[in-house]
Write a protein that binds this ligand. Structure first.
Ligand SMILES: Cc1cc2nc3c(=O)[nH]c(=O)nc-3n(C[C@H](O)[C@H](O)[C@H](O)COP(=O)(O)OP(=O)(O)OC[C@H]3O[C@@H](n4cnc5c(N)ncnc54)[C@H](O)[C@@H]3O)c2cc1C
Length: 524
């Protein structure tokens, strides 16, 4: 049996930053289910928002965040985000992350939709990759951190705390890389930093690791989960998708690109005063409406107003990726469609990363800190990850020496033979992704949600049957979590009888502040 003072699940920005911070206080076991850089963090293009500009302030950043959040942001969490954000970004720089600078050596700040000022700190259009590189290098030289790659967390370990007589999370059951056995890792505290759940949908910008594992594990362990209905659909993913949809960053519209129908007419003026720079949910719904109205499979993003030199300097990665697909973005408009992009809800935490289960913490996309409310302001997610990972480390660290290791019971799973086979698992995954896209996508209704719920329950029953009897595999672990995350999205969407932020339902098309100016909280 392994043990460490703290177990961290996930090697994206939240898990790595947290591990670095908490390792000053004790030993850290960091488990990650694939190779260490595989994360959404590695794909983040646009940047990380923080008030550095001479015309900017934390108050203005807060105002923009609250407007995007459509009444549901927790003001104390947003306050922590905007006030502590610049210091955390300076810490990334001190760790060796190389952000783009102007000629005078000041940070080069980009502008994105919903931000009233230029405040996007970036590393060209590969910001996430640079952050991930810098953090992994720092973690590699940290003595107190052991990384276990190709090791998937399966379930949380719970035990009765003799001090409080309540249940406490005291470790994680993991699937060992080789030979694939389920083994417990005991700890005084557990941090879930497993990212989002975009893989629940047919079209997504998220990498394959984004299967909602943290939210599903926390829910099974009895933690409160909140606001799962608020899925952000990125308006502009390149069409057609290859194995993974390629994102065209919002920053391209920030620099002047315009959305047009296939006949060349611009349409965003009809939907929002900020036209192509309107908040993401407005743009995604507008594109969805245009595609449904015209029957076209995509709309166009016209970048001709951006100077060639600017495109080459600011968007070298987008230029390269589109060229590889035979599109010359300097001369042709880009075909784009919306795709599931970001989970605003997740494991409900306070402003120190604490979940409702003692000993269990969450940070990054897995957590619902209250920062995003009903809609995330672009580039606030990388910032949220480091601000709240830091706060959690500062909360957990000093308590480690007075927190006992507990002996948990092991969560149940099957042990007989192999299987189900890969084809059965893939068929279930495809069915979930298709029905979530068709029935629980950008525009919802009571009828569609009820249908989705019914079909997901049938899948869940089959998966639970496999889980109870068969030996767990990484594929079965993910399928079990994908169906759980999908059910949680549907349950929260069914509860919220209004349209707000990222939830739009045809049956309740308006905001209902009298009944719904609150989080949607569910517990097992
Ligand atoms: C294409 C794209 C572009 C984006 N652009 C921006 C941007 O410009 N600015 C911005 O602020 N945000 C952006 N985002 C969002 C942002 O990148 C993510 O919200 C953020 O990186 C999430 O970080 P994280 O540490 O929470 O999770 P991730 O970076 O996704 O890391 C999750 C980690 O958990 C591991 N994991 C998952 N399940 C398990 C398990 N069961 N056991 C063990 N390990 C597990 C994964 O392997 C991975 O290492 C973008 C996202 C995408 C997909």
């Amino acid at each position: 049996m392994r043990q460490a003072d703290v177990v961290v699940v996930g090697s994206g920005i939240a898990g790595l930053f947290f591990a670095l911070k908490v390792s000053r206080y004790g030993s850290v076991a960091l488990v990650t289910k694939k190779s260490r850089p595989e994360s959404s963090t590695n794909w983040a293009q646009g940047g990380i928002a923080a008030a550095f500009g001479s015309d900017d302030s934390p108050e203005l950043h807060k105002e923009d965040t609250l407007v995007a959040g459509a009444g549901l942001c927790h003001p104390d969490a947003v306050d922590a985000l905007v006030r502590e954000g610049p210091e955390r970004v300076r810490e990334l720089i001190a760790l060796g992350v190389d952000f783009s600078e102007q000629q005078d050596g000041e940070l080069s700040l980009g502008r994105e939709g919903g931000h009233s000022r230029r405040r996007i700190v970036r590393a060209a259009d590969l910001t996430g990759r640079e952050i991930e590189r810098g953090l992994l290098a720092a973690v590699a030289s940290a003595e107190n951190i052991t990384i276990y790659e190709n090791t998937a967390a399966v379930d949380l370990l719970m035990a009765t705390d003799p001090g409080t007589l309540g249940e406490r999370c005291c470790g994680v059951l993991v699937l060992d890389a080789d030979p694939g056995d389920a083994v417990p890792i005991l700890a005084r505290a557990v941090m879930l930093a497993t990212g989002g759940c975009g893989q629940v949908y047919r079209h997504t910008t998220n990498p394959s690791i984004a299967t909602g594992d943290g939210v599903a594990m926390a829910y099974r362990a009895g933690a409160k989960v909140a606001n799962m209905e608020f899925i952000q659909f990125h308006p502009t993913a390149l069409y057609p998708a290859r194995e993974r949809t390629f994102l065209i960053s919002e920053a391209v519209r920030g620099e002047g690109a315009v959305l047009r129908r296939r006949d060349g007419t611009a349409f965003m003026d009809a939907y929002h005063p900020l036209a192509s720079l309107a908040p993401r949910d407005v743009v995604a719904r507008a594109i969805d409406a245009e595609m449904k109205r015209t029957g076209d499979a995509f709309v166009l993003l016209d970048c001709s107003s951006i100077a060639e030199a600017e495109i080459r300097e600011r968007f070298p990665n987008i230029l390269r990726e589109t060229a590889e697909r035979g599109i010359d973005m300097l001369r042709q408009p880009l075909p784009v469609v919306p795709a599931a992009h970001y989970l605003c809800g997740g494991v409900l935490t306070d402003t120190h990363g604490r979940s409702s289960v003692p000993g269990l913490y969450a940070a990054g996309e897995t957590a619902c800190t209250g920062v995003h409310g009903a809609n995330r302001l672009a580039s606030n997610s990388l910032l949220e990850a480091i601000v709240f990972a830091h706060r959690a480390a500062e909360r957990i660290g000093p308590q480690l020496s007075v927190t006992r290791m507990l002996e948990p019971g092991l969560p149940p799973h099957g042990s007989a033979g192999d299987g189900p086979d890969d084809v059965s698992i893939e068929a279930e995954r495809e069915a979930i992704r298709g029905l979530m896209w068709d029935l629980v996508g950008i525009v919802r209704s009571d009828e569609r949600l009820a249908e989705a719920d019914l079909r997901l329950r049938a899948v869940s029953e089959r998966v639970n049957g496999w889980w109870a009897t068969r030996r767990p595999t990484p594929e079965l672990v993910e399928l079990r979590n994908v169906v759980q995350a999908a059910l949680l999205i549907v349950r929260c969407a069914m509860l919220r009888k209004e349209s707000r932020g990222l939830q739009f339902t045809a049956d309740y098309p308006y905001r209902d502040n009298e009944h719904w100016l609150r989080d949607t909280i569910v517990v097992r």
